[in-house]
Design a protein around this ligand. Structure first.
Ligand code: 5GP
Length: 190
């Protein structure tokens, strides 16, 4: 276990659970939160900027950072694509008097909880059911039949880890879920 300089909020959710909207609302409601920008090795998508959406690095640079012990957690999320939370990023946010909000996948979230058990609040956001998740993904219109099935089975897999999180938030009603999320985070960081 490592000493954290402050508290950390970690949010994880399968795609289609409404996480992006909830995180946006949470950030707007709790100004003390600072969004933790991850490092990664994938190619930036159109409009994405280094230092805003991610810190984009080459695989060699990323590996060198692993050797230098720069990460709180890192993972190969997709084949040959690395993602990680740097110590420097958490330090930056703590240094600005804020609490980092880390929005990462299940394994990364549990790694942070493992490292900072007393200082972190891990929250898993769930859609009310896999059927609801399927409907949301179809309504979003971003998936092919194949990627839809991939995302559903990834969600099914990730759901198995939900009991290991400090809190599970079911996003059935957006207003209610927003209030619950803001309340649990405010309580934790006060
Ligand atoms: P995308 O490439 O679509 O932006 O993100 C792909 C996946 O990487 C998402 O599931 C996201 O949660 C995860 N991810 C983003 N940043 C990090 C990180 O710093 N650490 C870990 N472990 N996963 C991350």
């Amino acid at each position: 276990m490592r000493e954290a300089k402050g508290k950390i909020i970690v949010i994880t959710a399968p795609s289609g659970s409404g996480k992006t909207t909830l995180v946006r609302r949470l950030m707007a409601a709790v100004p003390k939160l600072g969004f933790s920008i991850s490092a990664c090795t994938r190619t930036p998508r159109t409009g994405e900027q280094h230092g805003v959406d991610y810190y984009f690095f080459s695989a060699d640079e990323f590996k060198q950072m692993i050797d230098e012990d720069a990460f709180v957690e890192w993972e190969m999320v997709y084949t040959a694509k690395y993602y990680g939370t740097t110590k420097a990023e958490l330090e930056r946010i703590w240094g600005e008097g804020q609490t980092p909000l880390v929005d990462i996948d299940v394994q990364g979230a549990l790694a942070i909880k493992n490292k900072y058990p007393g200082n972190s609040l891990t929250i898993f956001i769930e859609a009310p059911s896999l059927e609801a998740l399927r409907e949301r993904l179809i309504a979003r219109g971003t998936e092919t039949p194949q990627t839809l099935e991939e995302r559903i089975s990834k969600a099914e897999y990730e759901l198995m880890f939900a009991p290991q999180f400090d809190r599970i938030l079911i996003n059935e009603d957006l207003e209610k879920a927003t209030k619950e999320l803001v309340d649990m985070v405010t309580e934790f960081i006060k």
